[in-house]
Write a protein that binds this ligand. Sequence first.
Ligand code: CO
Length: 497
Amino acid sequence: MYDLLEEGVINPLKIQDNTFRDGHQSLLATRMRTDDMIPIAEKMDTVGFWAMEVWGGATFDTMHRFLGEDPFERIKTLKKYIKKTPFSMLLRGQNLVGYRNYADDVSKLFVDKSCEAGMDIFRVFDALNDFRNFQTVVERIKANGKHFQGTICYSLTERRMGGDVFNLKYYVEKAKEIERMGADTLCLKDMAGIMAPFDIAKLIIELKKEIGIPIHLHTHYTSGMASMVYLEAIKAGVDIIDTCLAPFGLRTSQPAVEPIVATLFGTTRDPGFDLNVLLELGDYIETVAPKYRDYLAKHRMSVIDTGVLAHQVPGGMISNLVSQLTEAKALDRLPEVYKEVAVTRRELGMPPLVTPTSQIVGVQAVLNVLFGRYKMVTNEVKDLVYGLYGKTPAPVDPDIQAKVLKNYKRGQTPVRGRAADYLEPELADAKQKIGSLARDEYDLLIFALYRQSGEQFLKWKYGLEARPQKIRAKTFEEIEKEDQALAAALKQVCLTI
Ligand code: CO
């Protein structure tokens, strides 16, 4: 019997808006400034979003490094305008808002100060889905009385959900583990946009039988399946989804909110939003978007990347591979690298491809193609194989393990404990090194997380060095040149898949 959502229990869909974080992170290199958010902040608060994602992910790095903005100030500022809607952030487990595991003392202080600044919901993930890497931050999130959203990074072993690693059982077991940790909600995070509509329906129906906490779905439009994924998920009973206002939606970002609201109008899952308010908000975004337009990838006519359906490499990772190959003057070898990514990933224990594992696998795959397999091995790969990031979803290939750990400074036998247990405390050292330049614990954290660029930022902040007037926008010629190289490389890939 086909379900038109016309009858039955009224169960309004909850929607989180990601315009101020993932939207511009996905499309515009995370460059949106707080000043451009303020004019619509109050109106955003009236929509009725379940939450607004305004922080975390790459925002912290980009803000202090490229925008000269204090990341903590953004939360405090937005909080003055957005009083009802809870704030959500993306927290990379023990990696916090950086690219490595930080010691427990840094992690604890980071969560405490984020709560103090105004953060309400913490979407916590680990790149290996090793939830031991959540323990420290979760303890502080709970102690502060905030919302812990436990996250599973969605990944695939084959074209569709199934196979020997990322199958239905894997996700159900991981979801139960998250519920046992005391999560308030569960997030399924599909960073690459590879989730297939009927797979998510199957997964949600199964999860609804096995766990009691609400399910929140996060996906990206990248491959073009996301709107279908959401519709199937909604029909299967998903509780919350992530969207963006249309100008910052679609492409490699989240699906746009407006068509979803229109689709669900009058159904049992109608979120009850005023479409006209959303249109006004979108019009405003259109007026500020041109400032950031140079960051938008526009090397192809298509707004979706159908290649992802075949190679499953996330969008952000593709641009890293391209720039690495461009530097090595070997962009023509991109098709080989795509194939190598799949092999290297399998050998390294099948990590989901998300920050930082996407970079770790990607860089190694490029080295394998350019210099021969594992002739050169990065320190990150050694650390990963040694166990310093946690437990990989599948075992590391024993031959590769022996090769990678040969002459490794820490030893040849991998460790099995919680990653951060192998780290020395960092705060006292950071405090001593930064001295009086850090005037409070917020400043101290900026330095502890990003030693070099953090110190530079604090010098700007306190006027010891002139803050750059503005970040130089690329010239039209520069963008054209990059676009051409990228277009040629992508054409090559399309011909060989
Ligand atoms: Co995302």
